[in-house]
Design a protein around this ligand. Structure first.
Ligand code: PBG
Length: 322
């Protein structure tokens, strides 16, 4: 037989030589939930191993992240006070701004990215200003600008807008350029679907909408071509990194972006993807380590350069062991 694909599978050493993709610690971003207040270290029930932290307690977690050589963290803030506009997001003394200053001061080597959104900060849980029962796109844009400028002044390394407002990348780029931050990069949640996989996150971050859903701004899971359109606009508006979210159910979209854009591609391995593996493993139904590694590797194979994942510490431990 001329063709026998099994010849190159015979031993681990030959498999190593022909292996096409590799998951490394360099690929990982670890999300952190930071709650305003003191003495908070609260387990999130649906996300075993993930906690909400107040800043006075979080050093334990950050020490571990640095020791495991994870390059970056993505911050989510949970404020004590919410209101209609989410104005705490641009308070220079807000929880996100405090967190950025704290981490950059005490862990200068760690790359700090902030999630730029309003849903954790608005009384209605939507990602912007509400007008006639829907998020008003253009009224929200100036507030996004205020929020990123405030994060920038606090010393963040990169901003990651996740609200799916049209024109948000152009707005942010212009705001940063005009305030002395032309070198601050933007990682856009460019192709973000209206997904049930965010369920556990909304408990973790207290960000579930109090009415309706996010289908007027997040994408329809049925659409693929539209993902290209979203990514094209964000690319043109100056996004430095394009993200697809969720990851596992959207590997085709990750590959589309990889094939069509000359920008680093990120994907977000979201809370529901994490919860499913943890729950099945807790029942003894799957091998947690292997399913975790295989899932994340599939994202690399699909074309992701960067993976945002709650598994970052678990993965780093596996990789350091090898
Ligand atoms: C906020 C935001 C969400 C997630 C990241 N940023 C929730 C949402 O859009 O409802 C989800 C992350 C996850 O599920 O892990 N806009």
């Amino acid at each position: 037989m001329i063709n026998r694909t099994r010849r190159l599978r015979k031993t681990e050493n030959i498999r190593r030589l022909v292996r096409e993709n590799k998951l490394t610690i360099d690929d990982l971003i670890y999300p952190l939930f930071i709650e305003e207040g003191e003495n908070i270290e609260k387990e999130i029930v649906s996300m075993p191993g993930i906690k909400r932290w107040s800043l006075d307690r979080i050093s334990k977690e950050l020490d571990e992240v640095v020791a495991l050589d994870i390059p970056a963290v993505l911050l989510f803030g949970i404020p004590t006070a919410k209101n209609e506009t989410g104005s705490e997001t641009w308070n220079d003394k807000g929880i996100m701004q405090q967190a950025v200053r704290f981490i950059k001061k005490n862990y200068p080597s760690l790359y700090v990215i902030t999630d730029v959104c309003f849903c954790e900060y608005t009384s209605h849980g939507h990602c912007g200003i509400i007008h006639e029962n829907d998020v008003d796109n253009d009224a929200t844009l100036p507030n996004i600008a205020k929020q990123v400028i405030s994060h920038a002044k606090a010393g963040v390394d990169m901003v990651a807008p996740s609200g799916m407002m049209d024109g948000m990348i152009a707005t942010i780029r212009e705001a940063l350029d005009n305030t002395g931050f032309p070198n601050l990069p933007i990682m856009s949640y460019a192709v973000k679907y209206s997904s049930a996989f965010y369920g556990p996150f909304r408990d973790a971050a207290d960000s579930a909408p109090t009415f309706g859903d996010r289908r007027t701004y997040q994408m329809d899971p049925a659409n693929r071509d539209e993902g290209m359109r979203e990514a094209t606009f964000d690319d043109q508006e100056g996004a430095d990194i394009l993200m697809v979210k969720p990851a596992l159910a959207y590997l085709d979209i990750i590959r589309d972006l990889k094939n069509n854009f000359d920008r680093p591609i990120a994907c977000y391995n979201v809370s529901g993807e994490y919860a499913m593996i943890k729950a099945a493993a807790a029942n003894g139904w799957i091998d947690e380590e292997r399913v975790m590694m295989e899932s994340l590797l599939s994202m690399k194979r699909a074309g992701a350069d960067i993976i945002i994942t709650y598994f970052a510490k678990d993965v780093a431990k596996v990789l350091l062991k090898k």
